[in-house]
Design a protein around this ligand. Structure first.
Ligand code: ADP
Ligand code: ADP
Length: 225
């Protein structure tokens, strides 16, 4: 579904990705783990075409990704600020979810909304609260729910566990597994929290200073300290 071939990405003189090649097959959860500054966010952004790879290719279903204006792929840069979480802080939870359904014309809104409530019951209890008044973990849930309403085919998740209470982290990882199992959605998950990510991933890669230094099934990498 997604293939990176020898991808290099530069910020001026800094080379943040130094020849990354990887494949994501349809229906998989693939995780990229690595320390702060390893290039994880850059990798997800390069997949979406900004910044562009200075060398190498990103192919989505065999075609150059930068030429595909598509809602098939959603990159949830949900790790940083409330803005980065891709929610509208002044809008209610319900309004945020409605915005998520805009790319599909709202055709499946009611039915998809029920699925989001099943995944994240907390959101249902807070429907008329403003997004900005939710806790960090709840905002994360809202961001994921909102992304699902666009019915993407590939979901890119940037450190969904960062800065979130452990109990909500558990719920978010559980929901990621459910989304993959029930909806068959392909997920590329970038994480510093290696243990949690590898536990749910079909396959994983370790990224260190812009290079993939290890690859294996989630289990293999967990066994490898
Ligand atoms: P991670 O997501 O793994 O923490 P990043 O992809 O954010 O890593 O960063 C990889 C490297 O690229 C780091 O050395 C970082 O300082 C650098 N970098 C990231 N964004 C920029 C930018 N906009 N301009 C210059 N350097 C950047
Ligand atoms: P319908 O037949 O009315 O289009 P389905 O429930 O059969 O709706 O789903 C159609 C496709 O959309 C399926 O591949 C399903 O996995 C996917 N899908 C349904 N709901 C969601 C959702 N909330 N997020 C992502 N994909 C979804």
């Amino acid at each position: 579904m997604l293939r990176l071939e020898n991808v290099h990405t530069r910020y001026g003189n800094i080379e943040a990705l130094k020849g990354v090649s990887l494949d994501v097959e349809q229906g998989e959860i693939v995780t990229i783990i690595g320390a702060n500054g390893a290039g994880k966010s850059t990798l997800l952004m390069t997949i979406c075409g900004s910044p562009k790879a200075s060398e190498g290719r990103v192919l989505y279903e065999g075609r150059d990704i930068t030429r595909l204006p598509t809602y098939d792929i959603v990159n949830l840069g949900i790790s940083q600020s409330p803005e980065g979480r891709r929610i509208f802080p002044r809008m209610t939870v319900y309004e945020n979810l409605q915005m998520g359904a805009v790319p599909t014309g709202g055709k499946w809104f009611e039915q998809d909304l029920e699925r989001v409530f099943t995944l994240f019951p907390r959101l249902k209890e807070r429907l008329h609260q403003r997004g900005g008044t939710l806790s960090g973990g709840e905002q994360q849930m809202l961001a994921i729910g909102r992304a699902l309403l666009a019915r993407p085919r590939l979901l890119l998740l940037d450190e969904p566990s960062l800065g979130i209470a452990p109990i909500l982290v558990q719920q978010i990882f559980k929901a990621i597994v459910e989304i993959n199992r029930m909806q068959g959605l392909t997920i590329l998950l970038v994480e510093q929290n290696a243990y949690q990510a590898l536990k749910i991933a079909h396959r994983g890669y370790v990224l260190a200073t812009g290079r993939l230094v290890m690859a294996g099934t989630g289990r293999e990498l967990l066994a490898n300290p």
